[in-house]
Design a protein around this ligand. Structure first.
Ligand SMILES: Cc1ncc(COP(=O)(O)O)c(C=O)c1O
Length: 375
């Protein structure tokens, strides 16, 4: 049977991972500065993580959400401690799209409203509700066109208030720093005004931290820098270091009702073991500090390369904006220098999303390769 052919593939077959590297079967070593789309948070095959998952699967890998699972409570408690946020409840699911889909559903249940506001260049996933609030018409099927969704420009609080005033907006969803869109981040003033307007018009503010959360920016959540309190926060990617797990953090003011949300696999024993291990490693290795410090190093290094016009993002969610389109540069980095990097909607932007325990020497390798490739 052939695979349903939706992914453009690199001609590389990794069979092993260790720390910031992946290896193919000929033992060629690739530096992973993309973390498989910001997923690898604590490094490939981290020994503590391998140990936790192995022990858990040997004991009990899965049982449904109809029984007590103290691992879910342990994960929630550790997440509260690591993030420093208070008075939220956690619902566990399996992916970023599912987290956002559940976030929109909760917002709609809570407010009784059915329209959602999203922003230019947003990416929130591919399932039906969230693709309708994603700014890419090419990935919306006719079936996805029937949701009530309105796209606005970030920073335009006048237009935002006009829409909220109409009284039918269940939620405003935003990525604090856009990932796929190209690392843009709106101002604190905009986020604060948006939060204020959501409160005024009884709409739910949803921070999509699927990519920017879990310490990637040097803060546990990227929104924390802006002095706001979202009603709902969605999480996934770095949460399981590759094990599929996502979640929605829901303000305690929003009451759960039996059956309001549900999932077969979400929050299973193995996923929780992965999630707990990730949080333990983030704390033990002080990875938020590492992300913050390395960003300063990257800024210094990038300033030495004249073709880099701008450095976007924060922590280890980085965009290097060049004065030319980077498709060929990315290929050169991969095939000539064995370095994985990422692209975005902004064709001049090289996206860097490495494991959070990466070191200066890995960035030295990147900048050495860049200097050669740019000659
Ligand atoms: C900000 C953001 N939200 C949601 C998603 C969707 O996550 P998933 O692919 O796990 O469904 C992504 C994936 O790239 C993302 O970057």
């Amino acid at each position: 049977m052939q695979l349903f052919d939706v992914y453009p593939l690199y001609d590389i077959t990794p069979v092993k991972g260790k720390g910031a590297y992946v290896f193919d079967k000929e033992e060629n070593k690739y530096l992973d500065l993309y973390g498989g789309h910001a997923v690898i948070s604590i490094g490939h095959s981290h020994p503590a993580y391998v140990n936790s998952i192995s022990k858990q699967v040997a004991q009990l890998g899965f049982y449904s959400n109809s029984i007590k699972n103290p691992l879910q409570n342990e994960l929630a408690d550790k997440l509260e401690k690591a993030s420093g946020i208070k008075d939220y409840n956690l619902f566990l699911c399996n992916s970023g799209a599912e987290a956002n889909e559940n976030a929109l559903k909760v917002a709609s249940f809570y407010t009784g409203k059915d329209r959602v506001i999203y922003f230019d260049n947003a990416f929130h996933g591919r399932t039906s509700g969230v693709v309708s609030v994603t700014d890419n018409e090419n990935i919306k099927a006719p079936f996805n066109q029937n949701h009530k969704a309105t796209k606005l420009a970030p920073e335009d609080t006048v237009a935002l208030e006009e829409e909220l005033k109409k009284g039918d907006v269940a939620a405003v969803i935003f990525e604090v720093i856009q990932g796929v869109g190209g690392l843009d981040e709106a101002s604190s003033e905009f986020y604060q005004k948006t939060a204020e307007l959501c409160k005024k018009y009884h709409s739910v503010l949803i921070a999509d931290e699927v990519q920017s959360g879990y310490g990637r920016t040097g803060d546990f959540f990227a929104y924390q820098k802006h002095g706001i309190r979202p009603d709902i926060i969605s999480i996934a990617k770095g949460m399981g270091n590759g094990f599929p797990i996502g979640g929605v953090l829901i303000d305690e003011a929003i009451q759960a009702k039996p059956g309001m949300l549900g999932t077969t696999f979400g929050g299973n024993h193995l996923a929780c073991a992965a999630g707990i291990s990730v949080l333990e490693v983030i704390e033990k290795e002080d990875l938020l500090k590492n992300a913050t410090e390395l960003f300063e190093y990257v800024k210094e290094k990038a300033a030495e390369i004249p073709q880099i016009k701008k450095i976007k993002g924060r922590g280890l969610m980085i965009g290097l904006e060049f004065d030319f389109e980077i498709a060929q540069l990315r290929k050169d980095l991969l095939y000539k220098h064995q370095i994985f990097t990422g692209a975005s909607a902004n064709k001049k932007l090289l996206r860097i999303l490495p494991p959070l325990n990466i070191q200066k020497e890995h960035f030295d390798a990147l900048f050495k390769a860049l200097r050669t490739a740019l000659k």
